[in-house]
Design a protein. Structure first.
Length: 256
């Protein structure tokens, strides 16, 4: 009679095994090109910072110049008080939205890092747990499959994730590891419990891999980008409308 927990682990492991063969949904597959945000992320931190600040300064000064040409300073100074109140309200709302996005992105980054560390520690734990297998041939197959999986992760999946490229649909080392583990036949109650634990840990390893690949292609929803870019444009336009007697100081404040 098969242990109930062992049977449940086998059913769960089948789901994880099938998940290995499913294509990972990727918004960059097919004819779609890499998004602008992904291209910026490919740059170094200083390059990305310099590019963003440079583009924003040029656009800000260009917008201020056009506003100054189309709307005389006298007209803008008359509406300074009303525009100032509206600008303060818009800036407060935009600040809340920006803070929300920063918190969400940071939490996702932290959770992804935790999952990746858990995946690495779980792989090490599996390597030592495989020592319970008595058959030398089966033990060699299991550990070879695990090492092949780790090689696929380091040499194939990590570079693809770093380059914002579609990850491989399946890790052959992990697939062979599942096949080798399923070929084992526990003979005693103790072996069944140990075999069940191996199935659970391997299923968790497969889940963490799938989660890591999903996190690598996850981006902010389009509506959030609309709010961020739209709020930035509106806030910037209000700085153009405000009028000061010293045009150069005004231009420097807008650029900063």
């Amino acid at each position: 009679m098969v242990h109930p927990g062992l049977e449940a682990s086998r059913h769960a492991s089948r789901l994880c095994y099938v998940r290995l063969y499913l294509p990972i949904p990727n918004p960059h597959q097919g004819q779609r090109t890499m998004s602008l945000s992904a291209k910026i992320l490919m740059l170094s931190q200083w390059q990305a910072l310099g590019l963003i600040l440079g583009v924003m300064m040029v656009l800000s000064l260009l917008g201020f110049y056009l506003t100054h040409r189309l709307m005389p300073l006298r007209v803008r100074m008359i509406h300074n008080e009303v525009a100032g109140f509206v600008f303060a309200a818009i800036a407060a709302i935009y600040g809340v939205l920006l803070a929300f996005v920063v918190i969400v992105v940071w939490e996702q980054f932290h959770q992804t890092r935790v999952n990746t560390q858990h995946e690495a520690s779980l792989a090490l734990r599996l390597y030592y747990e495989m020592g319970i297998v008595d058959e030398e041939k089966a033990l060699t197959q299991l550990r070879d499959g695990l090492m092949n999986y780790l090689h696929d992760v380091v040499e194939k999946e990590y570079p693809a994730m770093a380059a914002m490229q579609p990850p491989p649909p399946a890790a052959q080392g992990l697939i062979s590891l599942w096949g080798s583990l399923k070929s084992l036949t526990p003979r005693t109650t103790q072996e069944e419990k140990l075999y069940e634990e191996l199935l659970d840990n391997l299923g968790e390893l497969s889940r963490l891999r799938a989660q890591r690949l999903d996190d690598a292609i996850e981006e902010l929803p389009g509506i959030i980008w609309v709010g961020l870019i739209g709020g930035a444009i509106i806030s910037l336009v209000f700085t153009f409308i405000l009028g000061t007697e010293n045009i150069r100081i005004h231009a420097v404040m807008i650029a900063l």
